[in-house]
Design a protein around this ligand. Structure first.
Ligand code: G6P
Length: 357
């Protein structure tokens, strides 16, 4: 039963564990009889007419949006912006000639996102909601809906919705690009489901790493570049919201422009390294923080891993790397909160779905 924790101590760890199954379910659900991904043709027509895509979301969903931006721009070649819903609702930037809106929302009920959709509807712009909840408010009020099929997400800290959102956007980008940009999306997604399982089989390693490095700290940093930076934003949110360790994400190239002043002896700095183009630069940043006394740690994909890295993730298609690297960071957050004796599923001051602006 979806609503039962079973043998799990918390919903969050159950939901983290469900991610490979969710990816496989999405592959199955969105494939047609010919084995190709398919979404409603009128949605594709509407999106093909757009000059610009605008992704609007809050919290973890907004972080998935940044990965979606990369997928739509690199695979489909359509300019895509990501907006924080609460900012967008009252101050729209220039939207381009023919904007198309994508609302990302696990619950489909977030008031800030809904308020932005109200404004979009007033202007008559076309829109799609990608949500986990069929019949939710944002699903009803947008022109189109794609479902996440992730099953109920109960823990306040969102995990499987993030990976499901990225997967649905990858499927959408695959269809929009006519399945033609150099790799087989269905195949790569199934490799990722297997990579996730391999990461999940190493929980003990991650727990031991966390116990040794994150139990006493008051702050921490995640660093990375491009997709590794986008994952870092989500990793930092996850760690701070459930463990109360003040954690910030930085584009690692920005460290020297200010942030490195915060690094003291023992400050945990976790680098995410999955991007071949920038790996050596991020490695350089790791050396810089180490020289200032940081407790630097690295999560790397196998092809870019080096001796001494704390965690090695199986190599996967670079455009989709957040789907695997994020799982390590979800587990880091979980074990940090658990080790500190906190209520993992119900962090203080937070709600699962924020239905007031
Ligand atoms: C709340 C939750 C977050 C979530 C955000 C957006 O703040 O605590 O986990 O990411 O809302 O929720 P949505 O349902 O719109 O994705």
């Amino acid at each position: 039963n979806d609503l039962d924790k079973g043998a799990y101590p918390y919903y969050m760890i159950k939901e983290i564990d469900e991610q490979p199954a969710v990816i496989r379910r999405l592959i199955q659900t969105y494939k047609n009889d010919q084995g190709q991904f398919e979404v409603p043709a009128d949605l594709i027509t509407a999106m093909q007419q757009a000059s610009n895509l605008h992704i609007v979301a809050c919290g973890t969903s907004a972080h998935a949006g940044w990965v979606g931006k990369t997928l739509f721009e690199s695979m489909v070649g359509i300019p895509t912006m990501v907006h924080t819903a609460s900012e967008f609702a009252y101050h729209q930037p220039l939207l381009g000639d023919k904007p198309f809106f994508i609302f990302l929302t696990q619950s489909g009920e977030t008031a800030d996102s809904r308020q932005a959709l109200v404004k979009v509807n007033e202007k008559g712009y076309p829109s799609l909601t990608i949500t986990n909840v069929k019949g939710s408010t944002l699903s009803r009020e947008a022109g189109y809906t794609l479902l996440l099929h992730a099953g109920p997400e109960i823990a306040v800290a969102s995990t499987k919705a993030y990976t499901a959102q990225i997967t649905v956007m990858a499927i959408l980008a695959d269809v929009l690009s006519n399945h033609d940009y150099g790799f087989d999306m269905g195949h790569e997604l199934s490799i990722i489901a297997t990579a996730m399982e391999s990461i999940l089989s190493e929980k003990d390693t991650i727990k031991a790493w966390v116990d040794a490095n994150l139990m006493a700290t008051r702050n921490a940093f995640y660093i990375g570049r491009h997709l590794d930076y986008y994952v870092s934003m989500e990793a930092a949110l996850k760690l701070k919201e459930i463990s109360y360790v003040q954690t910030e994400a930085f584009a690692s190239g920005e460290l020297k422009h200010g942030t490195i002043a915060l690094v003291e002896s023992g400050t945990p700095v976790i680098a995410v390294v999955s991007d071949p183009t920038t790996a050596s630069h991020t490695r350089g940043n790791v050396e810089e923080v180490k020289a200032r006394g940081a407790n630097a740690m690295v999560i790397a994909t196998q092809d870019l891993a080096k001796e001494g890295d704390q965690f090695v993730v199986p190599s996967i298609q670079a455009e989709l790397s957040p789907l695997a690297t994020v799982v390590v960071t979800q587990l880091i957050a979980y074990y940090t909160a658990l080790g500190r004796g906190l209520d993992v599923d119900k962090p203080r001051n937070l709600a699962k779905s924020v239905t007031v602006e």
